[in-house]
Design a protein around this ligand. Structure first.
Ligand code: GLP
Length: 239
């Protein structure tokens, strides 16, 4: 795992975006693993700007990490809507080429269908990853095994509290999600992690300097042969 020098947040975001842009330029039919969360919003803005400047995503396929259980795809807080709003509506990825798990009807079945889809697609060329305040990746929460499958999982109280900021006041934050498992995440050919802000500093320190263990699923990234971390000074404050 390679930690890039700590930078201002804009530079970390630009470096992670550049890794994706270079992948698309080098391999126009790449499979991109995509992430959601506040951290990624400015990164998608840079990808959309690159598209306006001529970069085509027309042959790319995208697979997302996760989706909340109980939210239909058109719910404003679903990751389907997030991806449409921040990326897919603004670029030329054909709708049939982008895949996000479904969480609203029969999530267990949706998870096993998503696992089969990931198997059929083959290895992700570049997996973009954020990190949860508690060290989660995707929605693989503390306690997740190294080889966990794509599945329905319970969200920790820390994750629910952190993500409550995206929901209207008083709205119920989902307590479960369909997530790509750690095994699938780690099977990507290349992983690019983006971590910005002080809230990520403890998780990043645990991931990089603590034991490789289920209590911090992001620590598993140290076992990956091609994982690069882009972090700002705030996220790296405890390193
Ligand atoms: C979310 C997502 C993750 C994301 C992480 C950080 O809940 N499931 O894929 O990387 O938590 O989110 P944020 O960038 O909003 O801090």
């Amino acid at each position: 795992m390679k930690l890039m020098p700590l930078t201002e947040p804009g530079d970390a975001i630009a470096c992670a975006a550049r890794a994706i842009i270079e992948m698309v330029q080098r391999k126009p039919d790449a499979i991109l693993g995509l992430a959601t969360g506040g951290t990624m919003e400015p990164l998608y803005a840079l990808l959309v700007a690159a598209h306006r400047d001529g970069l085509s995503f027309a042959r790319i396929r995208t697979v997302n990490l996760d989706e909340y259980v109980g939210l239909p795809p058109d719910h404003p807080n679903s990751y389907h809507r997030y991806m449409a709003r921040h990326f897919l509506e603004h670029v030329d990825v054909p709708p049939a080429n982008s895949f996000i798990p479904c969480g609203h009807i029969d999530p267990a079945r949706a998870a096993s269908q998503y696992a089969s889809l990931l198997d059929d697609l083959g290895p992700v060329d570049l997996q973009l990853l954020g990190i949860g305040e508690n060290g989660h990746i995707g929605f693989n929460e503390p306690g997740t095994a190294l080889d966990a499958p794509t599945r329905v999982t319970a969200l920790s109280p820390i994750t629910m509290a952190a993500n409550a900021r995206f929901f209207s006041p008083g709205a119920e934050v989902p307590s479960q999600a369909v997530t790509m498992g750690t095994a699938a995440i780690l099977s990507a050919r290349r992983i690019v992690v983006l971590a910005t802000g002080r809230a990520k500093s403890a998780a990043l320190a645990d991931a990089l300097d603590g034991p490789v263990c289920p209590e911090c699923p992001a620590s598993y990234l140290r076992l990956h042969p091609d994982c690069t971390i882009h972090a700002d000074h705030a996220a790296g404050a405890l390193l």
